[in-house]
Ligand binder design. Sequence first.
Ligand code: SF4
Ligand code: SF4
Ligand code: FES
Length: 306
Amino acid sequence: MAASHDHSHGHSNGNGHANGHSDGHADSNGHGKPDSFEVRILRQDGPGQASYWERHRVAYEPDMNVISVLQRIASKAKTVDNEQVAPVAWECNCLEEVCGACTMVINGRVRQSCSALVDRLLTDNPGEIELQPMTKFPVVRDLVVDRSRIFRALQRVQAWVPVEGYYDMGAGPRQSQEQQEQSYPLSECMSCGCCLEACPQYLKVEIAREEGETDEQFAERKKAAYDKNFVGAHAISQAMLFNSHPTGRMNAGERTDALMGEGGLQICGNAQNCVAVCPKHIPLTTSIARAGRATTVRMIQRWFDK
Ligand code: SF4
Ligand code: SF4
Ligand code: FES
């Protein structure tokens, strides 16, 4: 496991936490807001390398989110000690909590950095914001993690409605209002990984690239390793979404079989952490309970089919 240490010297209070009020920077500007604040970032230069803390000072502006903070940090690329460093890497896309790409651990809580507002963060924790990459996924660089396992899990449970072609097949079967109301919240999943970060049963799988390995070979080896491990609450929920779809239902058996295989539903310990952290408030434990009933029915079906 990668070790972490503090790279910015002279400002630590001894337990690795920076003193956000040092140097008089956090004084009020008349609006109860600091003139500037410190950002402590857990950095990592590449996959499998040691991580280290680095501190940056950012001038306060009203209505910032964590992405704008990271933009300020990247443009300056200097630590609190005025040391020139490589710009911090992070990912973002939609900037409206829809794509999930910007997910990271902010002040100890997994969430999207585009919707994490600085004013609120500084109210809860004055003077300092702490940013870390998610811990359940391999770090690519700094705050960027490899989320391919999330998408592989969706492939495992066939989280889609298969189509045979793109010709006009006419109107599809109708879905009742009640069914739509049940399905819509599940369809809001953005594959962000918060539920997986919080899940005690979802353990990190990190595969190191071997020398001379092609991209395809490496991707295949990663897939094989992911497939032995827990699919995660998001995939269970997506399997339930497509199993309840009038057309998707045709492949319900295959999805349920996937949930009964290695790394499937039986790994879930029902700790319910997932549902508590999902930013889209998806009823994950309801989906898990439905999947439990579906797997029991499937087991009985298989037994009668013998
Ligand atoms: S209910 Fe299952 S999937 Fe959700 S956090 Fe607990 S163990 Fe993980
Ligand atoms: S279920 Fe919620 S927390 Fe999990 S990946 Fe989807 S949106 Fe994110
Ligand atoms: S950038 Fe898309 S969720 Fe934050």
